[in-house]
Design a protein around this ligand. Sequence first.
Ligand code: PYC
Length: 310
Amino acid sequence: MEKIRVIDSHTAGEPTRLVVSGAPDLGGGILAERFARLRENFDWLRTSLCLEPRASEAAVGALLCEPDDPANDAAVIFFNNSGYLGMCGHATIGLVATLEYLGKMQAGEYRIETPVGVVGAKLHGNGRVTVSNVASYRLRKDLAVEAEGYGTVKGDIAWGGNWFFLVRDPGIGLQKANLEKLMGFAKAVRKGLETAGIRGDDGGEIDHIEVVGDGDEGVDSRNFVLCPGAEYDRSPCGTGVSAKLACLYVDGDLKEGEVWRQAGILGGVFEGKVSIVNGEIIPEITGEAFVTAVTEIVFSPGDPYQHGIS
Ligand code: PYC
């Protein structure tokens, strides 16, 4: 078997592990078919790359693929410690910065296919990238949910390439020191949505919970994002910021082209704005990624955890 090589990066602290060679052959067909084959037959790639003992469980894996449409520059499938993601903003920034590191992308504009649609990526240079996301929208405003231990909380359901429930910080404080409490709150909200059978309009699970608060010191807002599984996003979360921008725009709190600075729980900032294209809200997210490691994955015979600890 060809050796699997990955390149790690982080975007505002959130890791991305890009598979650059040696991935299993997913066969032909459109991206959706190759994605289904990866999930059904080669899930060991995800578990090997995103679970302990090889990975930080916050890592998002990104598998580079050939695009369906030769007019596009690449295709990508994202995955993490618990499953697969439709789109991932921080990892798209990481992917482009990694391809710049490899000399495969130069400053310019690119089109990348994801399982939920084509996104644009503008590489400014030195790992700084603007992602033009898929069309984003708010599905429900002020929806009441029972969160055990916290009572009834109200929030918005919005799509930003993944499903989000955006809820205001109930007073915990959006600082790293409060991570455990934020995790507890966000998990209780997610459980409440699940128990009530509340899902996205495509039937998708609302698996990201975005706890939002006010801004300070040059940022418009701070957030904490619980990702699918039990990890939190170290960055402000590109798809989460997209969902937030869509809500701000429909509420009249953000105009087309106006810049919104969103800090994540570690303090890293993504700059966002929206454009309206054919009546749809297209969020643009700008951030910076840094390459951290070039790694060859080894599967040692007899290693009981070679495909990860699940
Ligand atoms: O940046 O969109 C994002 C993201 C999703 C999950 C982790 N990061």
